[in-house]
Design a binder for this molecule. Sequence first.
Ligand code: ZN
Ligand code: ZN
Length: 259
Amino acid sequence: MEYSDFKIHHLDGYIQSLYIVEYADKLLLLDGGSRGDVMKIEYFITRTLKRPMSDLKLIVVTHLHPDHAGAAPHLRKKFNIPIAGHPELDYWYKGFSGQIQHLLDTLFAWFVAYKLRNKYKRVWFQPSLKPDYELCDDQMLPFFYDWEVLCTPGHTTHDISVLNRKERIIYIGDLAIKLGSKFNLPFPVALPSVMEKSLIRVSELDVDNILFAHGGVVNESSEVVFDIVRSKLKNYPPPKFKRVKWFTNLNRAIRKYYN
Ligand SMILES: [Zn+2]
Ligand SMILES: [Zn+2]
């Protein structure tokens, strides 16, 4: 996809999409990918784009899940590329219940890969990232001052989306997903009432290019897409997942969010 100042390249990551925003003098990675995506990102930048890895100036991690934070620390270690994320990112897996959740999230990522019939790759990921840049609501991304940070919690306590107002594009991480032709809530929704506010916020943006982490690029108005997703909150959680609410209530970060 070509825009006036940059191109956006859509890569199929292990179980999610990856987006590389290419400017004449720099690259931006949305978002932190799965552990098994490191080589793919490196190959695309150096072989396909024929650019040095030093052109990659920033990795934005939208939230601390294996398909959004798995590759980032390895790219940082190998190429010294800074990571940007929400200040509460590293609180997500704190404590004993956090460790259990980290294990379950890793297993869930493997299950998704199995369902997608993807061949085995490493999914285990660091439960703490220590972001080099902390991203607060309404601030612009470091080095990329045309991209604005929006805090859009609900799936976790610390989700962010990034918005380019000039080009009317938003990358939403796991704020919503698209399965086939259907828009849906992510799994899980840790904070349903907070999720509703986030969906209302993005539905009111003047945006018509929506980049999904699960579902690719959608060229539809944000109002239409996110109103559909929000309507599904009425039936959340579905009966077979009622126990999810009990389990998510053990999470320290969720309890901290409400206090
Ligand atoms: Zn997620
Ligand atoms: Zn995801």
